[in-house]
Design a protein around this ligand. Structure first.
Ligand code: 9MR
Ligand code: 9MR
Length: 727
């Protein structure tokens, strides 16, 4: 044993084959499915007998007109890459095997012919990469070959490079702070990653490196979500303000941060600017967002767009077309989904009402409607609500029901401007969930806009009541899971949507029949999300408690406070003060929105009770989102030294095309997701502790996308923080 060990240490350098060989291809063997391989629209593929077989059409011109590929493969300059695969073709043809950068400047690593026939042939090509990039692509290019044929591929492997998958993750300083900063009248806490068991002395330094406060940290132990041991620091005794502070423990310096009451105002505005930037059907103008972010209108009936001014139903589902222009794009894709858009619009309306009820004037936005007499945030919400109302079935047996979604027939590639999307788009069948979302938001709209635009408010109420009746008549029409070209937003439990809609309609109209249909209460484990809306019934009532008898108002307050107590306990009980603590320990897709929505609930509980623990926990949730977390990451573009800047988005795609912009400042990334539900996450994050399952890579849509319902949550809670800072 000992001898063997010594021998291997002093022996000759390991032979080439003994070096770790890093496989860069995912699923090259097609044992069960073809994910994450894609193919050209003209070239359908399927797994057949453990191989990937493609139907290459006749009559294509260029070799790249019929392709099969895999994206986001890392390559390193100066390293050799060895591509291997086995292939057959139903007739004798030559295809090309290619490794190159997917985006500009499309640098080639290798591009080799492979002559194929009926019997399987194995190929091996090796070539060095001259570039380092995370965006190489392996493709098989079969176009320009005359008549149609079947191409089958198997055992695809690309080996090379010395950087292990995911690289060596470097989270920077072990001193984790809110990289934006801390309010003058809020909690000031940080987390220090260390295996030490004794309390550690810390120093607070100002911008000139002068020590302005000192103390010792409090040992905590293993933070389960982060997978590391931590201690906690409270520097709240220091009440000074200014810019460029750092927290130091020994030689470790945190990222810089500011202290003061005005901190959240710019972020509050930027978080809302997300929505104008993602409007469909209107040009995004430089005078509002700057040259880099300006773009032509998307999906306004101008070629090559095939929507959204007259969109037919998915073939076989109905016989009409609707004008469903406008609204916001859901996320990095160009789909528009009613349940998610409605939740985001609701959150902006609730944000507005919270401000109005607390004499907070809000912020002015740079949008075309600025300067009309309506508050800007309501103008922005209306952009979406107008779209939601267009999705309602106008007549016939399903009149009043609402189409679940509209999106492209197939997923488009990245990058892509909305105005350049050439795909046909379809209306997907109405669902009970979408219908009830419009009932809920329509009712809230009616109440909120009554003071600003009576006609619009009346239109909202009428759509809402029509939707409610239609849903009652069609109570179990579910949107299916899966599908191509758009998100599913599937949901087969709609009792919670019924209850939320009933609550909003009750608050809007005072009708007892609606009140009797409220069947859900806020629960800590559920919070709320696009899929789980039961808790929103209590949040609707909390906005207008005067609708309830006093005893029920008291019960409502108790219920919301009890949920807030659970979130406070979660924040206090974790190393990074996060109110989100999933029971199974796994972080979900969009976990950052669960953090922000929990913070919203804490803030509402604070408004109802004035219990300062709720306010502190709400504000500390922002610390988590802005850098006090397991990976020292600010998940908000433009805010913090280590801020996300490569979120999954088809226009904000600078990492794929330097001519395009990064995400607009104030864009919230989805955040850590234990599920590793995209190829980039699968390639780079294997074995990650839940709170670290995140990568700032444009291809990682399951950890790093943006979305309307996530930015609406950020907008709400930063509006709260801004108002609190000034109060
Ligand atoms: O871009 C799409 C993103 O908005 C979705 O959240 C995600 C999951 O539904 O899908 C993305 O699209 C990818 C598709 O699922 C698979 N092929 C590659 C697409 C672009 O990355
Ligand atoms: O936010 C959605 C998340 O809850 C789901 O788990 C996930 C997979 O279905 O989809 C998320 O929503 C995406 C949608 O399907 C397509 N547009 C982008 C959305 C954010 O990633």
């Amino acid at each position: 044993m000992l001898t063997a060990l010594v021998l291997s240490l002093v022996g000759p350098p390991a032979a080439q084959a003994a070096d770790p060989e890093y496989e860069r291809i995912l699923n090259g063997t097609f044992d069960t499915d073809k994910s994450p391989w894609w193919s050209s629209g003209s070239t359908p593929t399927a797994v057949e007998g453990g191989r990937l077989c493609a139907q290459v059409p006749a009559g294509t011109v260029n070799v790249w007109d019929a392709m099969i590929g895999q994206d986001d493969i890392p390559v390193e300059a100066g390293q050799d890459y060895r591509l291997r695969f086995t292939a057959t073709a139903s007739r004798d043809v030559t295809v090309r095997a290619v490794v190159q950068l997917a985006g500009t400047p499309q640098t080639t690593v290798l591009n080799q012919p492979a002559a194929l026939g009926a019997s399987p042939k194995a190929f091996e090509f090796t070539a060095p990469s001259t570039v380092t990039s995370d965006h190489a692509q392996v493709s098989f290019q079969a176009g320009g070959n005359g008549a149609a044929f079947t191409l089958c591929l198997d055992d695809i492997s690309l080996v090379g490079g010395v950087v292990p998958p995911g690289g060596v993750r470097d989270f920077g300083s072990p001193v984790r702070v809110n990289q934006l900063g801390y309010l003058g009248n809020g909690p000031r806490r940080a987390t220090y990653v260390t295996d030490a068991v004794e309390p550690q002395p810390w120093r607070l330094l100002d911008a000139t490196d002068r020590v302005v406060s000192t103390g010792v940290s409090t040992p905590y132990g293993l933070d389960a979500a982060a997978g590391t041991r931590v201690q906690r620091i409270d520097f709240g005794r220091y009440r000074g303000s200014g810019q460029g502070f750092r927290l130091a423990v020994g030689d470790h310096l945190s990222e810089p941060f500011d202290l003061g009451n005005d901190l959240y105002r710019p972020l509050r505005r930027d978080a809302l600017a997300y929505f104008y930037n993602n409007r469909s059907g209107i040009p995004i103008e430089a005078r509002y967002v700057g040259e880099a972010y300006a773009r032509p209108a998307g999906h306004s009936g101008v070629a090559p767009n095939q929507g959204d001014t007259s969109v037919p139903c998915l073939p076989g589902t109905c016989g009409y077309s609707l004008d469903v222009r406008g609204g916001w794009y859901d996320a990095g894709d160009h789909g528009k989904y009613v349940v998610n858009g409605a939740l985001a619009a609701w959150q902006l309306l609730d944000l507005y009402e919270r401000s109005a009820q607390h004499r907070d004037r809000g912020v002015d936005l740079r949008i075309p409607e600025a300067g009309n007499r309506t508050p800007d945030v309501l103008d922005e919400a209306r952009w979406e609500i107008d779209f939601l109302l267009r999705m309602q079935v106008p007549s016939g047996a399903l009149a009043g029901m609402v189409h679940h979604k509209i999106h492209d027939v197939a997923w488009t590639g990245l990058p892509l401007l909305p105005s350049a999307d050439p795909q046909p788009r379809y209306l997907y069948p109405p669902s009970t969930a979408a219908t009830l979302n419009v009932a809920a938001v329509g009712a809230r709209c009616a109440r909120v806009y009554a003071a600003w635009d009576k006609a619009f408010a009346a239109r909202c109420l009428s759509a809402a009541e029509k939707a409610w009746k239609a849903a009652a008549a069609h109570p179990a029409v579910y949107a299916p899971d899966g599908g191509v070209g758009g998100g599913a937003y599937d949901d087969t439990k709609v009792s919670d949507e019924f209850s939320w809609a009933a609550a909003e309609l009750f608050v809007a109209t005072g009708k007892a029949s609606y009140r009797r249909s409220i069947t859900t209460v806020l629960k800590a484990a559920d919070g709320f999300s696009w899929q789980e809306t039961g808790g929103l019934a209590d949040l609707a009532l909390a906005r207008a408690p005067w609708r309830l008898p006093l005893v029920d108002q008291w019960k409502l307050r108790q219920r919301i406070a009890a949920v807030a107590d659970v979130y406070v306990a979660a924040a206090r009980g974790q190393g990074y003060a996060n109110p989100y603590q999933p029971a199974d320990g796994k972080y979900v897709w969009g976990s950052n929105s669960a953090v922000a929505n929990s913070a919203l609930i804490l803030a509402v509980a604070y408004d109802l009770t004035r219990n300062n623990a709720y306010r502190s926990a709400a504000l500390e949730s922002l610390d988590y989102l802005l850098g006090r977390n397991a990976i020292n990451q600010s998940y908000v573009t433009g805010y913090g030294e280590r801020a996300s800047q490569n979120q999954h988005h088809r226009f904000w795609a600078k990492s794929l095309d330097p001519a395009l912009p990064s995400p607009y400042p104030g864009s919230l990334a989805g955040g850590p997701n234990s599920g590793l539900q995209d190829p980039v996450a699968q390639r780079n994050l294997q074995g990650c502790a839940p709170a670290t399952c995140y990568t700032d890579h444009i291809g990682s849509y399951s950890t790093n996308e943006v979305a309307v319902n996530w930015n609406s949550a950020l907008a709400w809670i930063t509006a709260f923080a801004d108002a609190e800072g000034r109060s």
